[in-house]
Write a protein that binds this ligand. Structure first.
Ligand SMILES: Cc1cc2nc3c(=O)[nH]c(=O)nc-3n(C[C@H](O)[C@H](O)[C@H](O)COP(=O)(O)OP(=O)(O)OC[C@H]3O[C@@H](n4cnc5c(N)ncnc54)[C@H](O)[C@@H]3O)c2cc1C
Length: 189
C-alpha cells in the first residue's frame, strides 16, 4: 500500500530492526495489513536462514542425501553405483541454489511489498527514534529482530587456531578437510 509520507519521513507504525526471518515476516505482515513499516538491516538481507543457516545447510544435506541414496541404490532394485563428485562442485551448487532464493529476501522485493528498507546498523537515539547511518526514523512501535550469532566459547587456546562457524563455513571452506572436529552436538552440529 502506498503511504503519503516520503521514505524516512514522518512516523512509522512499525520500525523493524533486522531483516532475518523474523524481521522480514514482521515487516511484510505490517505492510500487508495496511501499516507503514520500515525495515533496517545492518549486514545481509535474509539474515542467518538464507545466508548461513537453513538454506545452505539444507542444500548441502540434499546433495549428501542423494549421494547416499545412490550408494544404497541396490535397496531400490537398481545396480549399486558409486557416485562421482567433487567437494568443491557440491559447495558451488549449494551457493547457486542459495542465489536462486536470495531475491525472495531482497530489498527490491520488500520495497515492492510497500516496506521502506534501510541498510545500515540501527541504534536508538530516543525511545521513539532510531538512527541508521545518519537517517532518523520515528515510530510508534519497534520490533527488535536482531537474531543471534555463533558463540565461540572461551576454550583455552581457541583464538590461536583457525576454525569455522556457521557464518564462515559455507563460503570460506575451500576444499574437503582431511578431518573435521565439530564442537557442539545440537541440531546444527
Ligand atoms: C546451520 C543452521 C541451520 C539452520 N537450519 C534451520 C532450518 O532448517 N529450519 C529452521 O527453521 N531454522 C533453521 N535454523 C535457524 C534459523 O536460521 C534461525 O532461527 C533464524 O535465522 C532466526 O531468524 P531471526 O530473524 O530471528 O534472526 P537472524 O536471521 O539472525 O537475523 C537477524 C538480522 O538482524 C541484523 N542485525 C543485527 N543487529 C542489527 C542492528 N543493530 N541494525 C540492523 N540490523 C541488525 C543481522 O545482520 C541479521 O541479518 C538454522 C540455523 C543454522 C545456523
Amino acid at each position: 500500500m502506498a503511504h503519503a509520507e516520503e521514505k524516512g519521513q514522518g512516523k512509522y507504525n512499525v520500525v523493524v530492526i533486522g531483516a532475518g526471518t523474523a524481521g522480514l515476516v514482521t515487516a511484510a505482515g505490517t505492510s500487508g495489513l495496511g501499516g507503514r513499516a520500515a525495515l533496517i538491516e545492518g549486514h545481509k538481507m535474509g539474515g542467518d536462514c538464507l545466508n548461513y543457516g537453513c538454506v545452505p545447510s539444507k542444500a548441502l544435506i540434499s546433495s549428501a542425501n542423494l549421494i547416499q541414496r545412490m550408494r544404497r541404490s541396490r535397496a531400490f532394485g537398481l545396480q549399486a553405483t558409486e557416485p562421482q563428485f567433487r567437494f568443491e562442485d557440491v559447495f558451488a551448487s549449494m551457493r547457486r541454489r542459495r542465489a536462486i532464493i536470495e531475491p525472495h529476501d531482497s530489498v527490491e522485493r520488500f520495497e515492492g511489498l510497500g516496506v521502506d528498507v534501510f541498510l545500515g546498523r540501527a541504534r536508538f537515539v530516543s525511545p521513539h527514534e532510531v538512527d541508521v547511518e545518519g537517517t532518523r526514523l520515528r515510530a510508534r512501535n519497534f520490533v527488535i529482530a536482531t537474531g543471534t550469532t555463533a558463540l565461540v566459547p572461551p576454550i583455552p587456546g581457541v583464538q590461536e587456531i583457525s576454525y569455522y562457524t556457521n557464518e564462515t563455513i559455507f563460503d570460506e571452506m575451500p576444499s574437503a578437510p582431511d578431518s573435521l572436529l565439530i564442537l557442539g552436538g545440537g541440531p546444527i552440529g
